[in-house]
Design a protein around this ligand. Structure first.
Ligand SMILES: NC(=O)c1ccc[n+]([C@@H]2O[C@H](COP(=O)([O-])OP(=O)(O)OC[C@H]3O[C@@H](n4cnc5c(N)ncnc54)[C@H](O)[C@@H]3O)[C@@H](O)[C@H]2O)c1
Length: 242
């Protein structure tokens, strides 16, 4: 069997970077894309990409061709009350977290269907998409949107042997969560260390999730062993949603 190829979008991030390493370890050929490629782990071939630009996504798809799997780990967050949420902030979160996922699905599903060999898509949703998070309405809405999109695409594409799943992480130790802790602290929510401690204690297991724990689930969902698994939303949250 030829080597399987995976595209990881958001590969310079905490979870995306861990996905690069997990897929590399599992013997996949890894292609990583991000706004800035500097922090993408060296195992990946790298491409600069702004997911909110549909033209750039289509152009990347025409350059790299069909891949066997796509992990959508690009994302941004803002923590603020709705009354202070400027619509441009709301729009930017949707553009990256939800529109970008649609651009990527559109561009990379077409060559999968054309090749007739199936494929797998995994979207990084969030526990906040399953149970809306206070002070994060745009983020929660975008992540709930990804769940709807995952289930719809799974139903649409199963006849092409393309499986579509989402993971819903809880609090994962990455640059994104550290930025959220800084933002909450700046807005009077206590010291950064206190906020971080609250994050760690939020789940039943009373600890943060590691990016590697999320990445192995993404890789497993793309493995042929999971051939009957599609349309699922898998919490990887150390009991956050319990
Ligand atoms: N860290 C957590 O606690 C957590 C929890 C639940 C869900 N998630 C989700 O997991 C995914 C990965 O998060 P992370 O914690 O690794 O965050 P991160 O900030 O470390 O990584 C996100 C990556 O997305 C990239 N990105 C942002 N805008 C982009 C754009 N327009 N085009 C291309 N790339 C872009 C960033 O450059 C960054 O490398 C995100 O979708 C996030 O919402 C994270």
């Amino acid at each position: 069997m030829s080597v399987q190829r995976v595209l990881i979008v958001g590969a310079a991030g905490g979870i995306g970077g861990a996905c690069v390493d997990a897929f590399d370890l599992a013997g996949w050929q890894v292609i990583g894309a991000d706004l800035n490629t500097e922090h993408i782990p060296s195992a990946a071939e790298t491409h600069i990409l702004d997911v909110s630009d549909a033209g750039k996504v289509a152009s990347l798809a025409s350059r790299i061709g069909r891949v066997d799997a796509v992990i959508y780990a690009a994302g941004i967050v803002a923590t603020m009350p709705i009354a202070d949420t400027d619509f441009s902030v709301w729009r930017r979160i949707m553009a990256v977290n939800l529109d970008g996922a649609a651009h990527v699905a559109k561009a990379f599903v077409a060559p999968m269907i054309a090749a007739g060999k199936g494929g797998s898509l995994v979207f990084l949703s969030s526990a906040a998409g399953v149970r809306g998070e206070a002070m994060a309405s745009a983020y929660s809405a975008s992540k709930a949107g990804l769940i709807g999109m995952t289930q719809s695409l799974a139903a649409e594409l199963t006849s092409h042997a393309i499986r579509v799943n989402a993971v819903a992480p809880g609090n994962v130790d990455t640059p994104m969560l550290r930025e959220v802790a800084r933002e909450i602290s700046r807005n009077g929510g206590g010291s950064e260390a206190e906020v971080w401690n609250e994050f760690a204690k939020a789940g039943a297991a009373q600890r943060l999730v590691t990016p590697q724990e999320v990445a192995v689930v993404c890789a497993a969902l793309c493995s042929p062993t999971f051939s009957a698994v599609t349309g699922t939303i898998v919490p990887v949250d150390a009991g956050y949603l319990l």
